[in-house]
Design a protein around this ligand. Sequence first.
Ligand code: GA4
Length: 328
Amino acid sequence: MVVLSNQSALNELFLAKTCNPSTVFTAVPEVDLSHPDAKTMMVKACQEIGLFKVVNHGIPPEVITRLENEALKFFMQSQSQKDKAGPPDPFGYGSKRIGTNGDMGWVEYLLLSTNPDIVSPKSVELFEQNPEALRLCVEEYIGAVKKMCCFVLEEMGEGLGLGNVFSRMVREERSDSCFRVNRYPACVELEESGRNLIGFGEHTDPQILSVLRSNNTSGLQICLPDGTWASIPPDPSSFFVNVGDLFQVMTNGRFKSVKHRVLADSRMSRLSMIYFGGPSLEEKIGPLPSLVSKEEQNIYRELTWREYKNAAYKSRLSDHRITLFHKS
Ligand code: GA4
């Protein structure tokens, strides 16, 4: 038995037994955004897995590195300094606690809203307490990743014969998207324990589409249809794109909102940045009629994003929130 010296009692909370060594998922579809078949490939990946990675994405590496460096500078500050921008309301700086319903993980993070209607005192605090460079780099990165997310949605809309239905939702000014930077500290105590440390517990993303970029540290896993977990090898020069619950609903289940989680690494800390593309709070979300064939039925009912989001934020991370959309 390995003795955990580092906050041992708290650490125990996050230890999950490894039943089987997790497999490495080597078949992540890679989509070159400049390829003429990109849309077809993305639609196929969303139907089969709910995740793919994009290359030739057009986001300058400097935009990524600049934010990564500023974020690391933020996280390297003293705990008391970081805590000035927390606890999250739900936006701002958070450490170990995820959401407000008792979920915990081996992670510290910054969570920010891109919705101009949401004023978060903790985010205001964050940008007042830190160099302007942090805010500028966040804005620059969000601008670039939003553009890419909308392009991907546009392509997929075309791939489904629907035009800009999805991209419009995220592109509009009042789109209720959010952005998070997660840092999963390395946990050396894990080395020979044969156990895993949950960085961010299993969940599906509530929004339409999530766009993730991480450093070269592994940790991301997806749940395969047979219920086993598979690790996604990191690729710092690509972006990983995954389907969120709203996309699954709008496609009447054709696209899969893939369950995923993150495990901490024993040697290297992982830094990831995720843009969650969502619609405006008033947008009504339900299966799109042209995607439901005559032989099929609507699996889901209609809800506004506001209704779904409010319910989602009251749930636990691992809850199967999408059932709220199920027709009774
Ligand atoms: C999961 C996806 C995004 O990270 C997030 C998370 C949010 C949070 O961290 O506050 C939630 C989680 C996420 C879903 C259920 C609720 C809300 C934590 C939690 C327990 C920002 C989001 O939109 O939903």
